[in-house]
Design a protein around this ligand. Structure first.
Ligand code: HEC
Length: 126
């Protein structure tokens, strides 16, 4: 009976150890590296992110500011969504995935890095 208990205890320990170990090897997908020296194109690299992440479902100019191609730049500037002192603190960076309506609408891979790098480069309408 005692041997059986020890056996089950060991099985549990091994199971716990095995599952907890799994997490160690999950590294976040940061996508392609972003070279801060390489100018980022707003129209080619930044703007398409909001369409691909379905932000434009709601942010299409009917009620809410638009993040659609050709209109997004004006919205970012007009609504103060960029923080030039601290790009990571920009609303366009912090709001997605922050909860409420934005819980399921967020950035993946290196999208956030593309946006912050673009802001650090001066947020040009290029
Ligand atoms: C389901 C509809 C919906 C979707 C999809 C959505 N938003 Fe919003 N968003 C809102 C609403 C409503 C507001 C205004 C109220 C608020 O601030 O929550 C808002 C506000 C914002 C603000 C401004 C907050 C402020 O304080 O000025 C930002 C920035 C923003 N959204 C970015 C995004 C981005 C980027 C995406 C895509 C990743 C996105 N949203 C997807 C509904 C949505």
């Amino acid at each position: 009976m005692k041997a059986l208990k020890i056996f089950f205890a060991s099985v549990m320990l091994v199971a716990i150890a095995a599952t907890s170990c799994d997490y160690k090897y999950i590294t976040p997908d940061t996508g392609e590296p972003v070279d801060p020296e390489e100018p980022i194109s707003f129209t080619q690299q930044v703007e398409p992110i909001w369409t691909s992440q379905s932000c434009t479902n709601c942010h299409n100019g009917s009620g809410l500011f638009s993040l659609q191609q050709g209109e997004a730049y004006q919205s970012l500037v007009g609504n103060g969504l960029l923080d030039f002192e601290n790009a990571d603190n920009s609303k366009i960076v912090t709001v997605p995935g922050s909860g409420g309506l934005h819980t399921d609408y967020t950035y993946v891979s290196n999208q956030k890095l593309i946006i912050t790098t673009w802001i650090e480069q001066g947020a040009e309408d290029n």
